[in-house]
Write a protein that binds this ligand. Structure first.
Ligand code: ACO
Ligand SMILES: O=CC(=O)O
Ligand code: MG
Length: 724
């Protein structure tokens, strides 16, 4: 490590120190000396609390392990009583409602997609910030939402047959959100404005208007021949864009060239599951990008079609109201930042020579940076309400939420922010949080701006917590078993009974198959239908398509219907998804499951460890590209560890699979000039070692997390690369 900058008991990575001194502190109205000495005091007070919470996790896990050793047959009532006895299950608070204030509409009163993006990838992060608006035509044309039958193949150039299918599909959708008083948008030949009303001329020569005139809210250009018409439905906007000279517009009877949809209402700028940031250098990039986003100054140069383009954050969109008054709509997604959880430490800053908890560092530095937005120092305003939205992952139960609440209070005091400026998104992705969710919400009632479920980490923790209870069902089946449905439903019920509706988000998890948009359209409709006012998507295209679901479903009406549902689902959540006792998997099935998991692990880990890429699309055994991140890695590694533990697999088999799949993964990456292969010297390949450790020492990893091994091995790789 380069010579650190010493400040009291702190030793800071020089690049990070320089960034904070020269970019983050100036303008923030925080005195530099006060910042460093206050940071030191905060660490002195909170590091021991953080450590004791982690020790409690270990104690509880050891008690649960011992319980399973003593009780190979699970008696549900006895098991539940045991969890109560050890304090894993805590009492449910009576009538505790959140009282969070100053929450932006995108979170509180609107329903729409939430995009997640690795913050250290500026090109993607900018794309995500701009994904507030997305082209419906592009999203449909470029994905399997529109089938390729009857001459509608995607092909290389523009295929007018496919284009026609997209246009017809989009017109049908328009009929559903903005029906005409008579006939259909399919029959429209022109859209124009007259005396504050939208008129639509039809093919038969007649003129009609919208069934609900309130659906028309603005326009651009002239009233006779508008360039754009703005519609509003379920609080979401859609912009019809007209250009009769455009290749698409000139073939459209009404001259529509595209429909722009309000898509990613919110975006999570992720410092966690999708990011590889292991030291001062990496963390500095993370924080630099966050500052660039908060100041509106981030840019990235990229090459498209042989040309270099500069990507920056989009301006607001300007319109005239039906009465001709100018107004604008936000051009960018409302940004949240996901800090890391309580587990990891990072060498970017040392306290008395020891790495500080990375979650504390993230809270302090991302909040300092967000102060630039609060003070209006940037080109744009992120939060109109004066809040900073921090997503806190992987917390175990109410005490850990209370700790985050305490930490945020201390950060506010350090940075001179009003109490409760820092808001908290609670990720319901660890089992101890799910089974105590209402108590978790009650531990931070003035800060909570979301709870959400996610299949991924939650499944990893499910396996790890009950590692000794028996062999788990095959990975693909875990999401079909009762526990997960109860967990999902209980999350919504807990959110509603805690008063989140119209104050905060009740969210659903990630769609992890980025290229299967038709399947996503089927699956994710279930999210708003279940009462969720947001759900995660992996890309801007997915955001635009998922936005259609919030037009289809009136989430807030559903939340009202579900408001009095008394469902805790606890007994079902506690049903460990083990393989049925009489189930015999064939040797072939076992091998396939193993190979599939190993391929995913290696495909992800090799890019993480060798190249520092924290989120990748990795083909599974059927060649379907899956979004892989730390959480999916946690599932795969814990799953193999569980089957090894219970003798469904042996170490030799796992070794053989690793060796075979490493060669395959190298081949899959052959087209990437930056790729550093693992074969032939596998034992010397650091990524291969990491994957092996994640599997063979998987059962011993804290909560089954992947970060400790990933970070250690990435640092080793960086050192090797530096030595040349
Ligand atoms: C368990 C959890 O924590 S889930 C949350 C963590 N996961 C995530 O954040 C997933 C975010 N998504 C991603 O990182 C990516 O979509 C991946 C890795 C899954 C796939 O990436 P790629 O293979 O590069 O995707 P693909 O080639 O299909 O598309 C690339 C284009 O889409 C854009 N894109 C893809 N994902 C995103 C995103 N999340 N945000 C913004 N833009 C994106 C890229 O900017 C790029 O467009 P550009 O060339 O104009 O810059
Ligand atoms: O962070 C999300 C998850 O599913 O895990
Ligand atoms: Mg997660």
């Amino acid at each position: 490590m380069a010579e650190t900058i010493n400040k009291g008991r702190l030793a800071i990575y020089p690049g990070l120190y320089e960034f904070i001194q020269q970019q983050a502190l100036p303008g923030s109205q925080v005195d530099a000396d006060a910042f460093w000495s206050g940071f030191e005091t905060l660490l002195a007070d909170l590091i021991p609390v953080n450590q004791s919470l982690l020790a409690k996790r270990e104690t509880l896990q050891a008690q649960i392990d011992e319980y399973h050793r003593q009780h190979p047959q699970l008696d549900p009532a006895h098991y539940k009583a045991f969890l109560q006895d050890i304090g894993y299950l805590q009492p449910v608070p009576q009538t505790s409602l959140i009282s969070t204030t100053k929450v932006d509409a995108e979170i509180a009163t609107m329903a729409g997609p939430q995009l997640v993006v690795p913050i250290n990838n500026a090109r993607y992060a900018l794309n995500a910030a701009n994904a507030r608006w997305g082209s419906l035509y592009d999203a449909a044309y470029g994905t399997d939402v529109i089938d390729e039958t009857d001459g509608a193949e995607k092909g290389k150039g523009y295929n007018p047959v496919r284009g026609q299918k997209v246009v017809a599909w989009a017109r049908t959708w328009l009929d559903s959100i903005a029906p005409l008083a008579k006939s259909s948008h399919q029959q429209a030949v022109s859209y124009r404005l007259d005396n504050g009303s939208l008129l639509i001329d039809l093919k038969d020569g007649s003129t009609t208007t919208l069934q609900d005139p309130a659906g028309y809210v603005g326009y651009q250009g002239s009233t006779e021949q508008p360039d754009a018409i703005l519609l509003k439905h379920h609080a979401l906007h859609a912009e019809l864009q007209f250009d009769r000279n455009h290749p698409v517009g000139k073939t459209d009877p009404a001259g529509i060239k595209d429909i722009l949809l309000e898509s990613a209402l919110t975006t999570i700028m992720d410092c966690e599951d999708s990011v590889a940031a292991v030291d001062g250098e990496d963390k500095t990039l993370v924080y630099q990008n966050w500052l660039g986003l908060m100041q509106g100054s981030l840019s990235a140069d990229l090459e498209k079609g042989g040309k270099i383009q500069r990507r920056t954050m989009h301006e607001n969109r300007r319109y005239l109201s039906p009465e001709g008054q100018p107004f604008s709509l936000k051009g960018r997604s409302l940004m949240l930042v996901r800090n890391v959880g309580h587990l990891m430490t990072n060498p970017a800053i040392l306290f008395d020579g020891e790495e500080i908890p990375e979650g504390i560092m993230d809270a302090v530095i991302t909040s300092l940076i967000a102060k630039h937005d609060l003070l209006g120092l940037g080109k744009f305003k992120n939060s109109q309400s004066g809040s900073v939205y921090i997503v806190k992952p992987k917390m175990h139960g109410p005490e850990e939420v209370a700790f985050t609440n305490q930490l945020f209070g201390r950060v506010e005091a350090l940075l001179g922010l009003a109490a409760n400026t820092l808001k908290m998104g609670i990720m319901d992705e660890e089992r101890r949080t799910s089974v105590n969710l209402r108590a978790c919400i009650a531990a931070a009632p003035e800060r909570v701006i979301f709870i959400n479920t996610g299949f991924l980490d939650r499944t990893g923790d499910e396996i790890h917590t009950s590692m000794l209870a028996g062999a788990f069902a095959p990975k693909g089946e875990l999401k079909t078993l009762p526990w997960i449905h109860a967990y999902e439903r209980a999350n919504v019920a807990a959110g509603l009974v805690s008063g989140l509706s119209r104050k905060a988000q009740i969210g659903k998890g990630m769609w992890p198959i980025p290229d299967q948009m038709a399947n996503m359209m089927q699956a994710k409709l279930g999210h708003p239908q279940a009462g969720a006012n947001t759900a995660w998507v992996p890309s801007p295209t997915a955001a635009t398509l998922h936005a259609l679901h919030y037009h289809q479903v009136d989430v807030f009406a559903i939340q009202q219907q579900l408001a009095n549902e008394d469902f805790d689902g606890l007994d079902t959540i506690l049903q460990v998804p083990l393989m049925a006792k009489d189930r015999q998997l064939s040797a072939d099935e076992l091998q396939r499951e193993l190979d599939n998991n190993v391929q995913g692990i290696l495909g992800y880990v090799v890019r993480w460890v060798h190249q520092g890429v924290g989120c990748s699309k990795v083909p599974d055994i059927n060649n379907v590209g899956l979004m892989e991140d730390r959480a999916t890695l946690r599932i795969s590694s814990q799953h193999i560890a569980n089957w090894l533990k219970h003798g469904l697999l042996d170490a030799q088999q796992a070794q053989a699979s690793l060796a075979k799949m490493a060669v395959l993964v190298d081949e899959q990456n052959a087209g990437d000039p930056e790729y550093i292969p693992m074969a032939p010297d596998l034992d010397n390949a650091i990524a291969f070692q990491a994957a092996s450790e994640l599997i063979f020492a998987g059962a011993e990893q804290p909560s089954g997390y992947t970060e400790p091994v990933l970070h250690k091995k990435r640092r080793e790789m960086k050192a090797r690369l530096q030595q040349g």
